[in-house]
Design a protein around this ligand. Structure first.
Ligand code: GLT
Ligand code: MN
Ligand code: MN
Length: 388
């Protein structure tokens, strides 16, 4: 029996904005007091996290003076040195300030687009200063309330122009940095461009430096779009583009909930963790979630510990699934290969095509076989619930 204690190799990370969330929502004010970035680092170390990620303005307020910025950076650096916490990822806040009300890279206003580039270059410098090697782009404001306001094609072109510009900036500065694009279908805008991870993968292929750009899928965001999150993650991984992941939880058809990882859909998250562990995903496991608004700072610790514990618990269950004799026997049976078919499948040849056209299949007999997926799924449930 494992103790489910997080270890550095688990690469569990949290954003300053996640554990630092004060519980404000569109209908209610903050319920928790403000903590400094350094205080949050000490807290994350206490609960056993590996790293901390930040937006430029999580660390340095947008209106800080250079002297204030230096003091904050000094305290933050000391906290990192004291605790050994890493900064694997950084990002830009291109959504909070009113200047971004009509988008950042896709704004109709050229001054806003230029400011967004300037802000991102400065934020990249800041991230690199603290050791980040992954740089996230979540374009929460890159969308519309009304399609009368903007050309959807022009928005894609503006987004591409910005990404190409920033790739060149990172290359010119010899930064050891990869970019990841994080999709979301809506909220805070009514509709956001490049709404899913699949859209992002297609978009990346059109960039000048596709090799520098991958994806950062988030459970809640793809669930809001009604999609199977693990399938999107699998496609990104198969494309060699899964360089970061935002773990949380979400009920479909609702506002962006950012719930504690695994708190809602245990089975879906079991399959997600099993996938990540089976393929040996070795990037950060970033929890992009918030504690309930009911919690005080001790409750935030419970939330953070819970995210990591549930991940490790599901990892343990995935190992159990992989070594369960009955499950494996069923899987072997399902995947049993018919040697006679190997001459027809795989890469095309004229001989194969001719042979295949001449072959007769007993359609009814083939279709009459029961696949035992009900049994398999119940075994999965028994494993997840600890009944087995
Ligand atoms: C914001 C959003 C997250 C993004 C963060 C990175 S900010 O909290 O809801 O999904 O990952 O910009
Ligand atoms: Mn996220
Ligand atoms: Mn979210």
């Amino acid at each position: 029996m494992t103790s489910y204690q997080p270890k550095p190799e688990d690469k569990f990370t949290f954003g300053l904005w996640t554990v630092g969330s004060r519980g404000r929502d569109p209908f209610g004010a903050e319920v928790r007091t403000s903590k400094t970035p350094a205080e949050l680092v000490y807290m994350l170390s206490e609960v056993g996290a590996y790293g901390v990620n930040f937006h430029d303005n999580d660390l340095i307020p947008i209106d800080a003076t250079p002297a204030q910025a230096d003091a904050i950076k000094k305290d933050f650096r000391k906290a990192l040195d004291d605790t050994g916490l890493k900064v694997p990822m950084a990002t830009t806040n291109l959504f909070y300030d009113p200047i971004f009300k009509d988008g950042a890279f896709t704004s109709n206003d050229a001054k806003v687009r230029a400011y967004a580039l300037q802000k991102t270059m400065q934020a990249i410098d800041l991230g690199v200063e603290f050791g980040a090697t992954i740089y996230d782009f979540w374009g929460g404001r890159e969308g519309v309330e009304t399609d009368s306001s903007k050309s959807a094609v022009e928005a894609i072109k503006r987004n591409r122009e910005a990404m190409n510009f920033l790739c060149e900036y990172a290359i010119e500065n010899k930064y050891d940095l990869k970019f990841v694009l994080e999709a979301k279908p809506n909220e805070p805008r009514a509709d956001i461009y490049n709404a899913t991870t699949g859209h992002m993968l297609a978009f990346i292929a059109t960039l000048d430096h596709p090799e520098m750009v991958g994806v950062n899928p988030e459970v809640a965001h793809e669930t809001m779009a009604g999609l199977n999150f693990m399938h999107n993650v699998a496609q990104a991984w198969e494309a060699g583009k899964l360089w970061h992941i935002d773990l949380n939880d979400q009920y479909g058809g609702r506002y962006d909930q950012d719930l504690r990882f695994g708190s809602r859909d245990i089975k879906a998250n079991f399959h997600l963790v099993k996938f990540l562990e089976d393929v040996k995903y070795d990037g950060s496991r970033h929890f992009d979630a918030h504690a309930y608004r009911t919690e005080d700072f001790e409750g935030v610790k419970d939330f953070a510990r819970g995210c990591m514990r549930t991940y490790l618990l599901l990892k343990d269950k995935a190992q159990q699934f992989n070594s369960d004799a009955e499950v494996q026997a069923l899987l072997a049976e399902i995947n049993d290969q018919d040697a006679a078919m190997s001459g027809f499948l795989g890469k095309y040849s004229k001989a194969k095509a001719d042979g295949l056209k001449a072959q007769s299949f007993d359609r009814v007999k083939i279709a009459s076989r029961g696949l035992k997926y009900e049994r398999l799924d119940q075994l999965t449930i028994d494993i997840i619930t600890g009944t087995r």
